[in-house]
Design a protein around this ligand. Structure first.
Ligand code: GLN
Length: 544
């Protein structure tokens, strides 16, 4: 029997509910329990795939090809459990499915309503697709009191009533602000938030109180008294020096102990936090540092490249160095090419990440050229790999080389794919078809050339599975031209048609990948490509 932990947030958004869910999952796992974490998003998009990163941050892609909320990335990185399609639901998806059923006539005769039809669908989602899990953690997006989250709150209320009394626990994350003029932490917003939650029929068992100053015992008791929660279950959550400290910090404050106690479990083994101790030791005691330039488009919002940021840090953990990331807007190189040397010369590695659209593409291509000509370690991811191929084609004399993503071109070194093979068979898409959910998504196999650099990096493997999210593809008709210029295709799709990896054997470290390795990197298991890239950056730093 799986137990359910419902996680809601109050007072304001951005309190780190996702990180809290991931940390609680990690702590329960460290005690030997099997966990699964799910995210309920109240917005009306069917998935975040069509949203701008500025709206929503990164779109996280699962092995089974779902485009999901970036919180699923936190869950995977902290627990090592691969997320699935069935771990993220949105109001848009619920309504889409219900309306499709209504049109089919599945509800003939009935009035289709939020209660019970929408709430039933949400409950079914919470209960579906589970194995022998001990705990399913369900994080509800948004803030208590939002109109759009009401059906989710109602579904939780019903589930709490329908499941066994000791089968569900409600954790509410709130803010206890510090008012400088009064020199005090204020508990009133928390009281209001809990009252709002209670008015929806949900009584929290554990409160996680985010605060910038330590929560005095008196304030803790006051919150307990007004919010009907045991004082020990009011967990102070001070800002952490790093996200990697959060599981240990929350454990020290009693979060996992109190959640277990709320289930009536008092004899669980203590968590084994050795892996987290190793991660924090590496993070806080680096033996050197490197600086990596990430030349992209959405550089104003760190969440747009969340997994990339984390994977670079993981690469640093593997090499015991601190990784400084210099986020550079590719467009600045288009305005003044002299900036390229100024910005990139001090860098120990250059990374061109995934992205969409033409804006900044010439700046990215110029960055690839700089890395190639100056022997600076280069890592191209998805669009970054495509740019490295366009750069090589231009260097080989094909001056008009471009991508059809940027408009019509006589030299489509990168072009749209309308057909490809997946495990389910041949996949097709219309060139002008729907944008939502129609990319080549999820885990696909790549075959690696036996004597390649990339095969060495993957420990001699010749077959790998990595996650994809792209619509365009390097056109293998240009393979000869690119190879003549020194850029070889060292990884291909199993049918030999789609280039998956390119590399330059005559360069210290130059690799482009069509997939997103950052999505599979974890602090305990840094992705080999990021570990290798940072190792090369360490070498580069020794030349300075
Ligand atoms: N825009 C490119 C494509 O669709 C690259 C996508 C990406 O970088 N994720 O193929």
């Amino acid at each position: 029997m799986a137990r359910y932990i419902f996680i809601t947030g109050g007072v304001v958004s951005s309190l780190g509910k996702g990180l809290m869910a991931a940390s609680l999952g990690a702590l329960l796992q460290a005690r030997g329990f099997k966990v699964r974490i799910r995210k309920f998003d109240p917005y009306l998009n069917v998935d975040p795939g069509t949203m701008s990163p500025y709206q929503h941050g990164e779109v996280y892609v699962t092995d089974d090809g779902a485009e999901t909320d970036l919180d699923l990335g936190h869950y995977e990185r902290f627990t090592g459990v691969s997320a699935r399609q069935s771990d993220n639901i949105t109001s848009g998806r619920v309504y889409r499915d219900i309306i499709a059923k209504e049109r089919r006539g599945d509800y003939l005769g009935a009035t289709v309503q939020v209660i019970p039809h929408v709430t039933d669908a949400i409950k079914a989602f919470a209960l579906a697709d589970q194995e022998d899990h001990d705990f399913i953690l369900c994080e509800i997006g948004g803030t208590v009191g939002d109109i759009e989250s009401l059906p989710f709150m109602e579904a939780i209320r019903q589930l709490r009533n329908e499941l066994e009394p000791d089968q569900t626990v409600s954790v509410h994350v709130t803010l206890v602000p510090y008012i400088a003029a009064a020199g005090e932490l204020k508990t009133k917003p928390t009281q209001h938030s809990v009252r709002e939650l209670a008015s929806l029929g949900i009584k929290p068992d554990v409160l996680l109180c985010r605060c910038e100053h330590p929560l005095p015992e008196g304030e803790r008791r006051k919150i307990a008294q007004f919010c009907n929660v045991r004082a020990e279950a009011v967990i102070p959550a001070l800002d952490a020096p790093s996200i990697y400290s959060v599981p240990q910090q929350y454990h020290a404050e009693g979060l996992d102990t109190e959640v277990l106690r709320a289930f009536g479990i008092t004899d669980a083994p203590e968590p084994d936090l050795a892996a987290w101790e190793d991660v924090t030791d590496r993070y806080f005691n680096p033996e050197g540092e490197v600086t990596i330039a990430v030349v992209g488009k959405y550089v104003g919002l760190p969440d747009a490249y969340k997994s990339l940021n984390e994977a670079l840090i993981h690469g640093g953990l593997a090499n015991r160095v601190k990784v400084n990331i210099r986020w550079i807007d590719a467009e600045i190189f288009e305005k003044d090419p002299a900036d390229i040397a100024v910005e990139l010369e001090p860098m120990h590695g250059i990374l061109v990440p995934g992205g969409f659209g033409e804006r900044g593409s010439e700046g990215k291509i110029a960055s690839v050229r700089f890395a190639r000509e100056r022997d600076v370690p280069f890592f191209g991811i998805c669009l970054g790999m495509q740019m490295s191929c366009i750069e090589a084609a231009r260097a080989s004399g094909i001056e008009a080389a471009s991508s059809t993503e940027f408009g019509e071109t006589s030299e489509p070194v990168v072009g749209i794919i309308t057909e490809w093979m997946s495990e389910e068979g041949i996949q097709k898409r219309e060139a002008g078809g729907d944008m939502g959910g129609t990319m080549r998504l999820g885990a696909y196999e790549a075959r690696l050339a036996g004597n390649s650099h990339v095969s060495t990096i993957y420990g001699g493997a010749t077959q790998i599975f990595e996650r994809h999210r792209h619509r365009y593809e390097v056109n293998s008709a240009y393979r000869g031209a690119l190879e003549s210029q020194g850029l070889i295709f060292s990884g291909m799709s199993p049918d030999g048609l789609l280039p998956e990896i390119v590399e330059r054997p005559d360069h210290p470290w130059f690799i482009g990948v069509q997939f997103h390795p950052e999505l599979k990197s974890r602090p305990f298991e840094p992705h080999p490509l990021f570990a290798g890239f940072i190792a090369a950056a360490v070498e580069q730093s020794r030349l300075f």
